[in-house]
Ligand binder design. Sequence first.
Ligand code: FEO
Length: 407
Amino acid sequence: MKKLKIADGIHMLTMNVEDILFEGIWEIANGVTINSYIVQGEKTAIIDGVIGWDGIPETLYKNLEEIGVNPENIDYLIVNHMEPDHSGWISNFRKIKDDFTVICTDKAAKMVASFYGEDKIRTVKEGDTLDLGMGKVLSFHPVPNVHWPDTMYTYERDTKTLFSCDMFGAFGKMGDHCFDDELTPEETEFFESEGIRYYSNVMATFTPSLKKAIEKVKTLGINTIAPGHGPVYRKNPEKIIDDYSRFSLYAEGAGKNEITILWGSMYGMTARAVEHAEGILRRNGVKYNKLEMPRVSTSEMLATVFKSAGVIIAAPTYEYKLFPPVAEALNELGRKKVTGKIAFRFGSYGWSGGAEKELNEIIERNRMGWDFIESVEFEGAPGEEDLNKVEAGVLELLKRMKEKVVD
Ligand code: FEO
């Protein structure tokens, strides 16, 4: 666990977490940080916690003491969001101190009670404040569904610091550099990429709510954005606001100037057409990502399709339906409400067709609104005429995806 000073009277404690499935689902190949913040006036508040996963509360308490905070003197636990990556330490804290007040929204209060049996709770609504003394005044700003219904921002008025919890967060471990102005260009790129993965895996379902939360930030006047996961933005908070605005567009069909080939092949017939499509992309100098399902994790698949302006689905018919690993991937994209992509599908069939029918059902059922170029299906191996049709489809995709590019 690391300790960092954000401003006079404001500190961050941050811990890297690895070797878990985030939310019990998501592979986090590059880990994740969990950040907690302590604001000290005459009274002391701790905003979100960090120890739900490490099981060693003493680590936190030792670190608090090293920044001059006696855990027994903490007056307020501010729960921006009840998900246990941020709140899982509350019961443990209760064991060493029984006189503190939990501050959260009314929706969080119900869960704080049911998860942890807490009843000394002060609920807050938009604009409510908490004066800690010595110039430190916190205000509270609910941002529901960012990412559960209970979520809120906490804002420190003196330093104009926004404690945004999941909003503006990213996967990825932090090394020695935890502030935006310390990050190397490679680290900046790393956290943008991990931000896309985080947004697509955890937040994408709630894009309409995130867009409202972005608008709310713009009304507050921000010097520093201090999220619950990933780096703190003190030099250029607009950078992460702009990133999240762009990610919200990716969720609605825009993307980087690249194509993702989401593909699977039973015995190599569809794979021949994939190789042909790759040749066309290479000749046209187009960046592309090739995801063979089911070899790629769902986390990686979501992030890669999410950020692409164009999608090629290459999958055969399997037992009257779409090749199952590709069908599952598309269903997951639908569950995450990744809408409006421009796409092109081709694939082989043997003794029966059916892939196209299921593809249409998935897109309809999930209300994905993807715009498809006419599919190409071929019996067995693709012949020359089939490959010509694949080429025509790929070229049409390249033409039409231009309107979706937002880099
Ligand atoms: Fe970082 Fe929704 O929890």
